[in-house]
Each structure stands twice: as structure tokens, then as C-alpha cells.
Design a protein around this ligand. Structure first.
Ligand SMILES: CN1c2c(nc(N)[nH]c2=O)NC[C@@H]1CNc1ccc(C(=O)N[C@@H](CCC(=O)N[C@@H](CCC(=O)N[C@@H](CCC(=O)O)C(=O)O)C(=O)O)C(=O)O)cc1
Ligand SMILES: N[C@@H](CCS)C(=O)O
Ligand SMILES: [Zn+2]
Length: 775
């Protein structure tokens, strides 16, 4: 095998949603039946072509294999699953004779159909991207069932680009998978590695035959210490995988990337393997040091792909420092390439599209600007610092301007944070609170509620778009939102829910909405980032000290409460989640910013309470997401994150009931922290994992109110009464009835009204059935 040199600069992946969310629109049009599969394929091909053209224009076109082929219609882990034929048996009827799935079948795995639940969705490392969890068992028949990656490479080649196909590596694929329904207890997907590797080998051979010189295999699971497979087993699997794949003669050169952290003891294993290039995340991880002589010698024979440009944040940052790190990497190997630390999937496309950010615009680098930075650092590495001094100086000046800008440090905010004491974090005795709340709030056994949002209809979104473009006045907009709140309250009364919500129609997003109303944040016009499938967010830019210039949710909550005698929950997003889903400042520890946010929310909560709102929910779905990938960092993170929630909520009277809500994650590792939040009631996603979480919570000693979700809100499927009755009965085995709440897994904003109403009616049906047999 002859190896073409690895390009001097590259990125690990590029946003695939499109600068104006073209992919979202095309995919949703296909789902709605308004375009055909062929039209969807055509639009996706146009988007890929535009991406290649853009990346070439930004400087990645000069060298072969510099442009990654990292497109996906929905999710890269799902892509890997369908490529290797890992389709769960409940979807077997969708699979063609040759093992392939058509586009409709592919989306069915992601979205479910009829009684067939979709694949579970969960966080992708510590990002706000979500992947679909493959299901693997002894029955999974691996075979090369999808050739999309080969076809996309060929499509690029026909257009004159020799790109670098990207796929999730075999070890990460199995480490992220869960045991299938058919698998016996204790089954580990990783045990199927030997059966999976020939399929990867065949794929590599196909790519080689098509002319690919390099292939990127993403192995981020190796940097994550939370994977429930022992480290020795992981390392053995890694060695085996790249021994087998490396031994193939008909293959492209292998580039194994390990974004999101340091490889640690996996680095010697990869260095000893036959892979030709190794990618290190040098933003989250540090330059490996103290390597044993064999590892050092082996590494020196490979290309080290230095991930020195942050793929996870939007700051233009210190480019000279990035060049310094890249230069230091030359001590590991004479062949160094410059890259992003992670895929640029987590970034919006282009900061130049933002015209309303003023001076802030000069401090930013979105995906396209990061590519430019990589090209600059690669040039600096080749030609010396002087060759790029103008770019380095401009970045340094922007950084200095940013750090000294008014608003970055606000004396009043800092003084308030400095004056806090232990009492500010403590709500007092739980039993006393329970008694006070029972006296103050009239609730039946198994109280029913929802998580906050009701469907964000196109009428609501259109109204907001018209407000933003000046077609609607704010008075007209408010009147429309109040009408919507009125409808949502009436609907909930009709369905028979016990604790109502106002439905959040006025919120474009549960984080962006707060960011728009807090000082210290800016928001973008076009800064869309994929969160899962076709769903996107525009993460806010947190650039300065945070404070609350005026009440945010108060009027809406008070209005909603004025329409009903039932309690209406106040609804806020918690400090950790606001941080997790924004692009945060990098000039101070996150914990300090969390305190500032908590103080702003504390004031909002005090005002809600003062206005008669007796139940207030503070959502923290991202509590687990920010958990560091390294165990050594867990305790410090959990301390500041739990403290920020407590600081936000501890100012209320005992009779005010504080709720929180968690979703989109596996919560096993943060169960103790959930208890330490000391919320009176915690609703938690549970339906997709069939209530497994309830046992974990109960056995952790958690003794507050709990609402395990009884139905999955990610799919349009309407759950039946019997199914939810069973889940409630299952929950009651672990939690006493007086502490159990009944609610869906999460908010209903992504759902349509018809399925929402039917599902909630069935949820009430199940609750009545269970109430009749529970004492
Ligand atoms: C709960 N989750 C959230 C996460 N992160 C967030 N920041 N927010 C979340 O809610 N992470 C974990 C989970 C799962 N993730 C998501 C992410 C995104 C959505 C979602 O529904 N996104 C919407 C966009 C929401 C939004 O910003 N809406 C705006 C703009 C709407 C819009 O597209 N307007 C059109 C014009 C409208 C028209 O004329 O019809 C336009 O601008 O072109 C708003 O409402 O104003 C999405 O559609 O992707 C859910 C879960
Ligand atoms: N209150 C929010 C929480 C989502 S995690 C909602 O209902 O959409
Ligand atoms: Zn949720």
C-alpha cells in the first residue's frame, strides 16, 4: 500500500444542515409527502456540492483528502448502523433483500412507526448534538448493507474533488450501542467486534477501489470515561480493530480521529497499530507527554493531526497560541497536520452572515472562519510565523478588544456574587416543605401535568417571524400569544390535567428566549446548529456578565393563571442548561457564569412567587450533558452545577413547589446530583428506556416527588392507555403513589395538536385506571 501524504490542514467534519437550513426544509418536506425521495436526494446532492465548493474556496481545495465527506440525512451513528446492516428486528420488514434500507426506511428507524419505537436518542458526548443508539445483539447480522459513503465519494470525484470519507469507527460504534431486545442479560455489543470488522474491511476495500486515498474513522468513545465497558476491554478491542483493518492491503490510508478529549492510554494502542494518521483533540486534551519510547517511536512514523482549532466554540480566539501548540506537536512526529479539535458540526456556518452584532462580530469564528484559521495555522507551520503574522496580529487585536469591552465585567453583578453565603443555597427541611405544599396546593393522587411547551404551530412561528420583520407590532403579537395561551389552558382543563402550563408559545427556544431577555448575551440571525435530525437551534452568544434588566416570564405566567382555578406552573430554564446550549465565554470558569445566571433567575422566581404562582419549574435537561468526560472532573462540575440550581431556587417559601425536568440523557451517573438539586418534584425522561431510570432513582435513596415520563414525545406515535398504564404500574413498584407524578417525557413543542391531544387523553385514561387501584 502506498500512502498519499495527509493534507496539511483539514477539518473533522462540516455542518450538514446548510447555511439556511436547506436540509431541514428538504427532509421535512419529504416527511410531509410534498417532495419525493428522488427530489430529496437531489437537494442533498446540491447541498453537498455547495459544501465542497465552499470548503475548496476557503482553502481546503488545494490538497487531496482535505475535504471531509461528512454528510448525513439525519445522524452519523444511524448511518453507520445502516451501513453495517444493524437494523433492529422490529424494522426487519423495511430491509431489502440486499440488506439495504430506502430513505423512508432510514427515517423510520429514527422516528418510529406504529407500535415500533424508534431507536433511542441520546447526547453525543458533551455536546447539544444527539445521536441514535444502535441496538446490537447476538442476532444482528452484520453485512455491508449500505454504500452511501462510496456513492458520495464517487459523486465528489465526478465533480473534481478527491474527498475523505468519514465514518464512525467500529469500536465507538459498538461502545455507543446498546444490547438489542433479543440479547440475553449482560450481553455486550462489543463482543460482536470480530463479526463487525470484516464489514468495515469490505467498506474500506470498496472506497479504495473507488479511489479514496484516506478514510477517517471517528473513535471518540475512547476519550469518554463514562462508557460502561472496562478500559482494558476497550483497549483490547481498539488494538484488534486496527490490527484487522490495518492488515488489509486494498484499503485507503486510515486516519483515526479521537475528538472531545485526550486519548490517554488509548494513544499507545493506536500508535502501535497500523493506522497511518492519529487525530488528537488539543483543545480539550493536552499535548501527550511522558510517552514510553516505543509509543514515541511509533508515533513519529505517523501523521499526527493536531486538533488545535476549537470545533466546539465560536470565538476567534488566540491564533498564535494555536500555532504554538501545532508547532509543539512536531516534537511527536515530523509529519503534522492542522485540524479542528472536533467536527465543525457544532458550529453555525458563517459569522459573516451576521449583520447585527456590531463589534461582537469581529470576535467570532463560525465554521467557515475556523476553516480559514486552520489554513492559516497550517501555513504558519509550513512557512514560519512570519508568513502569517498579519492574521495572527488581527486575531490578537480582536481578542484584546473583546476582553476589554464594556459589559464583559459588571461590578454590580460581581459584588452580588461575592456576597453570597451558604444560606442562599438552602431551602430548609423537605418534610416541612411537603406539609406546607400539601396545605397550599390541592392535588389528587398521581397528579398529572405536562413539561411546559405545547405544539409550536406554524401559525405561532409565522407570527414571530412577522414580529421580527416588523409586519406585526409587539401589541399585536402579544395578543396572538395570549389567544394561544387561552386555547392551551382551555384544552388542558378539558383533558383534565391537574397542574397546567401556559404552553410557552412566546418562546422561540427555551434557551434563546432567556438569552434575548438577559444582559450579557447576544443572539444570531442565521447561526443554526443541528441538535438532532432536522431539529436545529441558534445557540446564543454569552459574551459578558449576566443580569436581568426586567422580568421575563412574569406577565405570561400571571395571564395564564388568571384564566384558570387550577395551578399553572411558572416555567424557567435553569442556569446549567442556558450555559450548555449557548456558546459560552471562555475567559472565566463556567461556574462563575452559572452563579450570575442563577442570581438573575432567582429574581425572576421571587417575582413569580410574589405574583401568586405557587409551582415553579426550572428545567435542567442539560445537567448530564455538561458532565465532564473525565471522571476526575466530575465532582467539581457537579458541585457548581447543583449549587447554581439551588441558588436560583432556594429563595422561595416552603409552600412554593419547585419542579425540575431532565431529559435527553442517561442519568445514571448524575443520580446523586439530581437528589442534591433538592427540587420538590423532578420529571425525567423514562419512556424510551422503559422506566429503567425509576429503579436507579429509587435505589439512590431519592425521596422527593418524581414524574418519570410515560410517553416519548420525539415521535408522532400515539401511545395507548394500556401501554402507559403498564409503565405507571412499573413505576409504582419503585416509587410510592404519593410521590409519583404523571407526565410525558418532555415538552410537546415538536408535536402536532392531533397526536398531542390523543396522547394526553390516553395519559389521563391510564392515570385514572391506575388511581382506581392505588391507595
Ligand atoms: C429540548 N431540546 C433543546 C435543546 N437545545 C435547545 N437549545 N433547545 C431545546 O429545546 N437540546 C436538547 C433538546 C432537543 N433539541 C431540540 C432542538 C431544537 C428543537 C426545535 O424544535 N427547533 C426548531 C427551531 C426552534 C426555533 O428557534 N424557532 C424559532 C424560529 C422558527 C423558524 O424556523 N422560523 C422560520 C419562519 C417561520 C414560518 O414562517 O413558519 C424561519 O425563520 O425561517 C421561532 O419559533 O421563532 C426547529 O424547527 O428546528 C427541538 C429540540
Ligand atoms: N419546558 C421545556 C422543557 C424541554 S426540555 C418544554 O416543555 O419544552
Ligand atoms: Zn425535556
Amino acid at each position: 500500500m502506498t500512502t498519499t501524504p495527509f493534507p496539511s490542514g483539514t477539518i473533522l467534519g462540516y455542518p450538514r444542515i446548510g447555511p439556511r437550513r436547506e436540509l431541514k426544509q428538504a427532509v421535512e418536506a419529504f416527511w410531509a409527502g410534498s417532495i419525493t425521495a428522488a427530489e430529496l436526494e437531489q437537494r442533498a446532492a446540491e447541498l453537498r456540492a455547495a459544501t465542497r465548493g465552499r470548503l475548496a474556496a476557503l482553502g481546503l481545495g488545494r490538497e487531496d483528502a482535505a475535504i471531509p465527506e461528512s454528510f448525513s440525512f439525519y445522524d452519523q451513528v444511524l448511518d453507520a448502523a445502516v451501513t453495517v446492516g444493524a437494523v433492529p428486528s422490529r424494522f426487519g420488514h423495511l430491509v431489502a433483500e440486499d440488506g439495504s434500507l430506502d430513505l423512508a426506511g432510514y427515517f423510520t428507524l429514527a422516528r418510529g412507526a406504529g407500535d415500533n419505537l424508534p431507536l433511542e436518542m441520546t447526547k453525543w458526548f458533551d455536546s447539544n448534538y444527539h445521536y441514535l443508539v444502535p441496538e446490537i445483539g447476538p442476532e444482528t447480522e452484520f453485512r455491508l448493507a449500505g454504500d452511501r459513503l462510496v456513492r458520495e465519494f464517487e459523486e465528489a470525484k465526478a465533480a473534481g474533488y478527491l474527498t475523505r470519507p468519514v465514518i464512525v469507527g467500529p469500536v465507538t460504534f459498538l461502545l455507543l450501542a446498546k444490547a438489542s431486545d433479543e440479547a440475553p442479560a449482560g450481553f455486550e455489543p462489543l463482543s460482536r467486534l470480530d463479526d463487525l470488522l470484516p464489514v468495515y474491511a469490505e467498506l474500506l476495500a470498496r472506497l479504495h477501489a473507488a479511489g479514496a486515498t484516506w478514510v477517517q474513522l471517528d473513535e471518540p468513545a475512547l476519550v469518554n470515561e463514562s462508557i460502561p465497558v472496562s478500559r482494558p476491554e476497550q483497549l483490547t478491542a481498539l488494538a484488534e480493530a486496527y490490527r484487522v483493518l490495518g492488515a488489509e492491503t486494498n484499503r485507503p490510508a486510515l486516519f483515526v480521529a479521537a475528538p472531545y478529549g485526550a486519548l490517554g492510554d488509548a494513544l499507545p494502542v493506536l500508535a502501535a497499530s497500523a493506522v497511518e494518521a492519529i487525530g488528537l483533540d488539543l483543545v480539550r486534551g493536552t499535548l501527550p507527554s511522558g510517552l514510553d519510547p516505543e509509543t514515541a517511536a511509533a508515533l513519529a512514523t505517523k501523521t499526527v493531526v493536531a486538533g488545535v482549532i476549537d470545533g466546539h466554540n465560536i470565538w476567534r480566539g488566540d491564533l498564535a497560541a494555536a500555532l504554538d501548540v501545532a508547532t509543539a506537536v512536531t516534537a511527536l512526529s515530523p509529519t503534522v497536520s492542522v485540524s479542528s479539535s472536533t467536527s465543525l458540526l457544532h458550529l453555525p456556518h458563517d459569522a459573516r452572515e451576521e449583520t447585527k452584532l456590531g463589534q461582537l462580530g469581529n470576535w467570532l469564528a463560525f465554521a467557515d472562519q475556523k476553516v480559514g484559521q486552520i489554513v492559516t495555522v497550517a501555513e504558519g507551520l509550513r512557512g514560519g510565523r512570519a508568513a502569517v503574522s498579519a492574521e495572527l496580529d488581527a486575531a490578537a487585536a480582536a481578542l484584546a478588544e473583546r476582553l476589554a469591552a464594556p459589559g464583559v465585567r459588571d461590578a454590580a453583578v460581581r459584588e452580588r456574587a461575592a456576597a453570597l453565603s451558604a444560606a442562599d443555597y438552602d431551602r430548609g427541611d423537605y418534610a416541612e416543605r411537603v406539609a406546607a405544599q400539601e396545605a397550599a396546593i390541592d392535588l389528587p393522587l398521581l397528579p398529572t401535568t405536562t413539561i411546559g411547551s405545547f405544539p409550536q404551530t406554524s401559525d405561532i412561528r409565522r407570527a414571530r417571524a412577522r414580529l421580527n420583520s416588523g409586519v406585526l407590532s409587539s401589541t399585536e403579537y402579544e395578543a396572538l400569544m395570549k389567544e394561544e395561551i387561552g386555547r392551551v389552558i382551555a384544552l388542558q382543563e378539558q383533558i383534565g390535567l391537574d397542574v397546567l402550563v401556559h404552553g410557552e408559545p412566546e418562546r422561540n427556544d427555551m434557551v434563546q428566549y432567556f438569552a434575548e431577555n438577559l444582559d450579557g448575551f447576544a443572539v444570531t440571525e442565521h447561526g443554526w446548529v443541528q441538535s438532532y435530525g432536522s431539529r436545529c437551534t441558534r445557540p446564543s452568544l454569552l459574551w459578558g456578565d449576566v443580569s436581568r434588566p426586567a422580568p421575563i416570564t412574569l406577565d405570561w405566567a400571571v395571564y395564564a393563571q388568571s384564566l384558570t382555578a387550577k395551578p399553572v406552573k411558572g416555567m424557567l430554564t435553569g442556569p446549567v442548561t442556558i450555559l450548555a446550549w449557548s456558546f459560552v465565554r471562555d475567559d472565566q470558569p463556567l461556574g462563575e457564569t452559572a452563579t450570575q445566571l442563577a442570581l438573575a433567575l432567582r429574581d425572576e422566581i421571587a417575582e413569580l412567587e410574589g405574583a401568586g404562582i405557587g409551582i415553579i419549574q426550572v428545567d435542567e435537561p442539560a445537567l448530564r450533558e455538561l458532565l465532564p468526560l473525565k471522571r476526575a472532573d466530575h465532582a467539581a462540575y457537579l458541585d457548581w452545577s447543583v449549587d447554581s440550581f439551588r441558588l436560583a431556587t432556594a429563595g422561595v417559601r416552603p409552600e412554593t413547589q419547585i419542579h425540575t425536568h431532565l431529559c435527553y440523557s442517561e442519568f445514571g451517573e448524575v443520580i446523586d446530583a439530581i437528589g442534591r438539586l433538592d427540587a420538590d418534584v423532578t420529571s425525567v425522561e423514562a419512556a424510551r428506556s422503559r422506566m429503567e431510570i425509576v429503579d436507579d432513582i429509587a435505589s439512590s435513596g431519592f425521596d422527593h416527588g418524581i414524574g418519570p415520563g410515560v410517553y416519548d414525545i420525539h415521535s408522532p406515535r400515539v401511545p395507548g392507555v394500556a401501554e402507559m398504564t403498564q409503565l405507571l404500574e412499573r413505576a409504582l413498584q419503585a416509587v410510592p403513589g404519593r410521590r409519583l407524578w404523571v407526565n410525558p417525557d418532555c415538552g410537546l413543542k415538536t408535536r402536532g395538536y392531533q397526536e398531542t391531544v390523543e396522547s394526553l387523553q390516553n395519559m389521563l385514561g391510564a392515570t385514572r385506571a391506575v388511581r382506581a387501584t392505588t391507595h
